[in-house]
Design a protein around this ligand. Sequence first.
Ligand SMILES: [Zn+2]
Ligand SMILES: [Zn+2]
Length: 383
Amino acid sequence: MARDYYGTLGVSKGATDQEIKRAYRKLAREHHPDVNPDESAQVRFQEISAAYEVLSDPDKRRIVDLGGDPLETSGGGGGGFGGAGFGGGLGDVFEAFFGGGAGGSRGPRGRVQPGADSLLRTRLTLEECARGVTKSVTVDTAILCDECTGSGTHGDSKPVRCETCGGAGEVQSVQRSFLGQVMTSRPCPTCRGAGETIPDPCRKCGGDGRVRARREITVKVPAGVGNGMRIRLAAQGEVGPGGGPAGDLYVEVIEQQHEVFVRDGDDLHCTVRVPMVDAALGTSVTLETILDGPTEIAVAPGTQPGSVTVLRGHGMPKLRSGTRGDLHAHLEVVVPSRLDSKQTKLLEELRRNNERDHAEVVTNGSQHSGGLFSRLRDAFSAR
Ligand SMILES: [Zn+2]
Ligand SMILES: [Zn+2]
């Protein structure tokens, strides 16, 4: 039976951290053993401190909100708070009144722990990245043991206080050094810091409260995702030890290479091969785009090699924005490498009619088509 920590502090379930702290301060002032030597006040003070310890810790509060009891393991209510528990309470008093962490150990850490986050990768085509997709992914993870629903115990058996550490979760040892005797503490090797052990563990999970399982998870991938982006699925990660709340699952996108388009952020690039004559006379090419179907790309008469036609707003969708990047069609002018006799005759005739153009050495820094240096410079500044 989980204790009512909210009720102990007299706050509602939706209380803010500030409200919890305020309620705790007020109650702690009234019931602190230094102020109120009454024995019932001392018990009450321990309850209040325990409630504050739980509700001021997001992970522990999460366990409470899920119907669990993060302190269930630390000595079991009533007179269970020995020296260690009480010390923890005082730590909280200092924290609440003076701010700052209490520091140091706080007795047993509890068997119920939040689960780890997990990471999974999924390969998406450029089309899927552009349109968004609902994917089913398989993940090997830890789920709550359905046999014991996370308690880790078999049947009606209960965890017992660890005999090695007496429930403190840590063991002390004295070491001799040149400074004299030094007291060190480390997590209890028997209970691994939990302060309790399970004498009759669940047959299915061996006392861990969780089991390994393969799960199928549906991921909604929004339009505009790209390589390396991670989609967070809250509480779909591993269930924690002792059936603790699950961590998050991150699904990382691996974008596959497209056969036509190369992506650069929200822009797409493609190369269109234009025969020399088409570049000179002008033509149009139909491009099968990802989101807009067949799209005409006009090749203006006199198109030069390396020129780029930009289709604004025909690139990738920008994530969570309704706008899109641009599509850049890089026009590659192709000179025929083999001519038949008719073509040769036609081109020779063209040459005879064109006295103006002839091969020439370009001077560096010249305005048009640039010399080698300016072309190199343009290539670098474009990066
Ligand atoms: Zn122990
Ligand atoms: Zn189990």
